[in-house]
Design a protein around this ligand. Structure first.
Ligand SMILES: [Zn+2]
Length: 394
């Protein structure tokens, strides 16, 4: 039986790989870790073993990367409706749930080993992109305030992001009241915005960098409200924007990425090189950084497969299909091969060339998903509330 919790086994070694985009150097280790992970789950999760059996699949069939798509794929909808656990309850160290708008949520459990691998990945990826900093900063979180025991993945991610540099303060746009309901933090936002504007006017030498963290849509609405009022800030150089929309890709249908980046630069004085957008999901918690070309580059920890919805076979680069992933991250649940309900296209730099951002790995581009209208409605509600808060700050 594979012992994937041993720190020298392929999986932890993969997650400690020094260069997060060295796909060719780490490929053999990746395949070994995936085979081991499939075996681990097959021997611990009877329901998963039955799925593999039904599909006549054995981990020995993974000989090269071209075989990865054959691993029976678990749709996120299946994870929402069925329990697929490979560890006993007493080994669960962390739980994350999706923020699903439709009521059905995924509940994903982590044991210590998966948490350790995830932490190593976050450290490597954030260091690589220059996001870790010893300089204290103020955080403006355009999202939800966390609370003890919070299980919502996006809230955990935003909170986690506020540890990449020491926090002098954290202001949350949405705070929980005594009834456990989230409400717009009017006072907090008003204070923080007034302070930023005052510091700009007085050219205060004691300004700390600002890190704006949260959903792209909220950041867009805040920036456009400030823009309408002619606010132009020049925040200290290590200020940055850290965005993660999870599945929420709706804003791309409303405005373009370039438009958002220009707006952020105009209003906050944060250049586009300091705007970091990440994609990750509760069911597939791997960090994909979106470069300025709109490419989510594949890191060493996973492979991305865009599938034909009928045959589930990979489609050629540039053709739309269903976004799916392969990663050996999880030991608590068999999430080694999962399929989302997002539409995407794959692409890759020409042989011997790199993307304009300098990265040489393949990438996916998101095309949106079914049911986006509901999300747009949510965002419009948030926009109204933010507008009121900004109005009150003047
Ligand atoms: Zn790129």
């Amino acid at each position: 039986m594979p012992n994937t919790t041993n720190t020298n086994s392929p999986r932890p070694r993969l997650f400690r790989w020094e260069d997060p985009y060295d796909l060719s150097g780490s490929s053999a280790l990746f395949l070994e870790a995936v085979r081991e992970n499939v075996s681990w789950h097959a021997s611990r999760c009877p329901r998963y073993a039955r799925i593999l059996e039904r599909e006549n699949f054995s981990p020995r069939m993974i000989k090269g990367e071209e075989d990865l798509w054959k691993i029976p794929v678990i749709p996120t909808l299946y994870i929402k409706r069925n329990r697929l656990y490979s560890i006993p309850k007493n080994q669960v160290r962390h739980t994350a749930v999706s923020s699903g708008t439709g009521g059905v949520r995924s509940r994903v459990i982590y044991d210590f080993s998966s948490l350790a691998c995830g932490a190593a990945m976050v450290k490597t990826v954030l260091s690589y992109h220059g996001i870790f900093s010893p300089v204290p900063c103020r955080y403006l979180v355009m999202g939800y305030e966390p609370y003890a025991g919070v299980e919502t993945g996006t809230v955990q991610t935003a909170f986690g992001a506020t540890f990449a540099a020491p926090a002098a303060s954290r202001t949350y746009a949405l705070k929980r009241d005594e009834d456990g309901e989230y409400r717009l933090n009017r006072d907090g936002l008003r204070r923080e915005l007034s302070r930023l504007i005052k510091e700009e006017q007085t050219e205060s030498p004691f300004r700390l960098p600002l890190r704006i963290v949260g959903f792209p849509s909220y950041i867009f609405f805040l920036a456009s409200e400030l823009d309408k009022r002619g606010i132009r800030l020049s925040l200290p150089p290590s200020s940055c924007v850290l965005m993660s929309g999870g599945w929420k890709t709706f804003w791309r249908q409303e405005i373009g990425r370039d438009e958002l980046y220009h707006l952020v630069e105009r209003v906050f004085g944060i250049p586009s090189a300091r705007v970091f957008e990440f994609f990750s999901a509760v069911e597939h918690n791997i960090l994909y950084r979106c470069c300025k070309e709109g490419h989510f580059h594949v890191p060493v920890y996973s492979r991305v497969i865009v599938r034909n919805p009928d045959t589930l076979e990979p489609v050629p680069d540039g053709e739309p299909g269903i976004l799916s992933f392969v990663t050996p991250l999880m030991t608590g649940m068999p999430l080694v091969s999962v399929m989302t309900d997002d539409l995407a296209v794959m692409g890759r730099p020409k042989p011997g060339k790199t993307c304009a951002c300098g990265c040489s790995t393949p990438y996916f581009k998101l095309l949106g998903r079914a049911g986006a209208r509901q999300l747009v409605t949510c965002a419009a509600g948030a926009a109204e509330k933010l507008k009121e808060a900004v109005n009150e700050s003047f």
